[in-house]
Design a protein around this ligand. Structure first.
Ligand code: AMP
Ligand code: MG
Length: 327
């Protein structure tokens, strides 16, 4: 059972580190979302993550470490792109997929490992205190909305042994995942770090849909297993609506309290629960999950999301909304 939410002070960090060393789990803040931390190479601890999250076993975890040096120790090879990207963006919201060091237990997972150094003082202090590489997927039930506050964690995972409270997450959306085992590097998941920033460092970047269809016509398996999936979804059913007039028409016809609206346009219809988000993509992303949590709390059955603007800067937001609306 849970000890609940504790402050991320010295005593809280000590308790959290102790749990991690005992191969248990605890939730902690990062700059992206709250993670459910576990010793990344303890089969017992990792099994507990999958159990608590009800995460399908085919979806591998990102390993969090305190430094590039610690990251390299987990990799069989550290390609030039990894060196450049780590030097520029770590600590930060970029996960690098590299070949896994052969001494690491594979536990039936892929021959690669996704690694990042988080840019959050609590996450770094915890990594330091426990001295372990930490798997830390978002601290929520699989498929549901990621947590950006300690309160979100407890509500989604009431049985989590401990949550370190570090306040709301600054970025509020998951890391960008890039596979550097291929050249040019390939984007596996858009996220908090923009493609523009990554391209400035590595030049070309392959996009997920750029994968060639083999001559036998059979699509290769998804490179990032977590991608082909409904995810980030609120309880309410979410629909993307392009035309503001259509949004207004829906809102007008709806029975009171049944519809919520998520939009970046200040001309949102009145009389329904509206979450007005910023027209700036970074600010929009930072608020997105909290807004979805609030709409779920309001008990609406349907969320209508105004389609955000096009363009690379909105890629991660489009990705999350598309998967939140997948059935
Ligand atoms: P999260 O649940 O937010 O921690 O998501 C982790 C993401 O990283 C998922 O999309 C995973 O499929 C992806 N991922 C983790 N490890 C690997 C790996 N070794 N190769 C490719 N993608 C990975
Ligand atoms: Mg997640």
């Amino acid at each position: 059972m849970t000890d609940g939410v504790v402050a991320a002070d010295a005593a809280g960090l000590r308790r959290a580190a102790e749990l991690l060393r005992q191969e248990s789990v605890c939730a902690f803040p990062t700059e992206t979302v709250y993670g459910l931390g576990a010793h990344a190479f303890s089969a017992k601890a990792v099994a507990e993550v999958y159990r608590l999250k009800q995460r399908p076993s085919w979806n591998p975890l990102i390993v969090h470490v305190a430094s590039t040096r610690d990251a390299r120790a987990l990799a069989h090879e550290w390609p030039e792109a990894a060196r450049l990207l780590a030097a520029r963006f770590w600590p930060g919201p970029l996960s690098l997929v590299v070949e896994r060091a052969h001494h690491l237990p594979a536990n039936g997972g892929p021959p690669t490992v996704a690694i990042r150094v988080p840019a959050h003082p609590v996450a770094l202090a915890l990594l330091e205190e426990c001295g372990l590489p930490l798997a830390a997927p978002s601290a929520n039930r699989s498929e549901s909305i990621s947590p950006t506050t300690a309160e979100h964690v407890i509500r989604s995972l009431p049985d989590v042994p401990l949550v370190l409270d570090g306040g709301p997450c600054r970025l509020g959306i998951e890391s960008t995942v890039v596979d550097v085992t291929v050249s040019p590097p390939r984007l596996l998941r858009p996220g908090a770090l923009s493609l523009r920033a990554i391209r400035e460092v590595v030049g070309e970047l392959q996009l997920p849909d750029a994968s060639p269809v083999p001559s036998d016509g059979v699509q290769s398996p998804v490179r990032s297993p977590g991608l082909a999936h409904r995810h980030y979804a609120p309880r309410a059913s979410l629909h993307l609506v392009d035309d503001p007039a259509e949004l207004a028409a829906w809102a007008e016809d709806a029975e009171a309290g049944t519809i919520g609206i998520l939009t970046h346009r200040s001309t949102a219809p009145r009389g329904v629960q509206v979450e007005l988000l910023s027209a700036d993509p970074l600010e929009y992303a930072a608020d997105l999950y909290a807004a979805l949590h609030r709409l779920d709390d309001a008990g609406v059955a349907t969320i209508l999301a105004q389609t955000p603007p096009a363009g690379d800067d909105w890629l991660a937001v489009h990705d999350r909304l598309a998967r939140a609306s997948a059935s």
